[in-house]
Design a binder for this molecule. Structure first.
Ligand code: BTN
Length: 247
């Protein structure tokens, strides 16, 4: 791969500390930063997760990264940007010998412990997204805060080079991001084959209420299909899922 063919990371900004790399990426976007600008921080003081949650990590231990994507997509294809992030993470971890699974809607797990999370924020113009901030938090070295969580180092049994992991991550985002204009099938195939949830029993929270059932299908655009013990089937879209846990 030549440097010219790589768009994520064509411009890389590294900071020691910030509130949130997603905030820095939004600011950069409004100042005209190009597609593919990647912002990394050693530390965040107000790292964000989905649904108003926080993302905390010991200083200089992991990847805290936001990638600016100026990609016009149909609104119903916007969940694919989270899929790009999750697939890129699973590829990186596998490259370093750690087999991970995707836990819908935006997490990457290994052996029941969380290794990474993806937070995508988007700007919509006339109901169509044209700008995405793909935020990825990936625990690389040391012991992550909060439980149950793990790091690549804990799983691999040795410390890893953060720049090497960051580079592999950008390559993964490059590979999957380049396919955003194409067919959904490759995303769907990779997404379901790397999913942790298929045929598993889960509890899903939506609008403050939880429902338990077995995941009978996972669609990268529409969300998950849950078969309830009554035999009924319910769909959950990723953006509506407040929380999901295995039961
Ligand atoms: C989640 O698990 O809910 C998503 C976590 C996403 C965390 C990353 S860290 C880099 C980027 N900046 C943020 O403030 N959040 C994302």
């Amino acid at each position: 791969m030549t440097p010219e063919s790589i768009w994520p990371g064509r411009r890389i900004v590294c900071v020691e500390t910030c509130e949130s790399t997603n905030d820095l990426a939004w600011r950069a976007a409004f100042e005209g930063a190009p597609h593919g600008t990647a912002i990394f921080a050693d530390e965040q003081t107000r790292g964000r997760g989905r649904q108003g949650r926080t993302w905390t990590a010991p200083r200089a231990s992991g990847i805290l990264c936001s990638i600016l994507l100026r990609t016009e997509l149909d609104a119903d294809h916007s969940p694919l940007v989270t899929v790009v992030g999750a697939l890129a993470v699973t590829e990186v971890t596998r490259r370093f010998g750690v087999p991970t699974r995707i836990r819908f809607p935006n997490d990457v797990y290994v052996g029941g412990r969380k290794l990474a999370g993806v937070l995508v924020e988007a700007r919509f113009i006339s109901s169509r997204p044209d700008l995405f901030i793909l935020g990825i938090g990936l625990n690389v070295n040391g012991r992550p805060m909060g439980l149950p969580a793990t790091s690549l180092a804990e799983e691999a049994g040795h410390e890893l080079s953060r720049p090497a992991v960051a580079r592999a991550l950008l390559e993964g985002v490059d590979e999957w991001g380049a396919r955003l204009d194409g067919p959904v099938d490759p995303f769907q195939e990779a997404w379901s084959s790397r999913s942790e949830l298929l045929d598993r029993s889960v509890r899903v929270w939506e609008n403050g209420k939880s429902t338990t059932g077995t995941v009978s299908a996972i669609h990268c655009l529409e969300g998950i299909e849950l078969r309830l013990h009554t035999g009924h089937v319910r769909f959950y879209r990723s953006e509506h899922v407040e929380r999901l846990e295995m039961v």
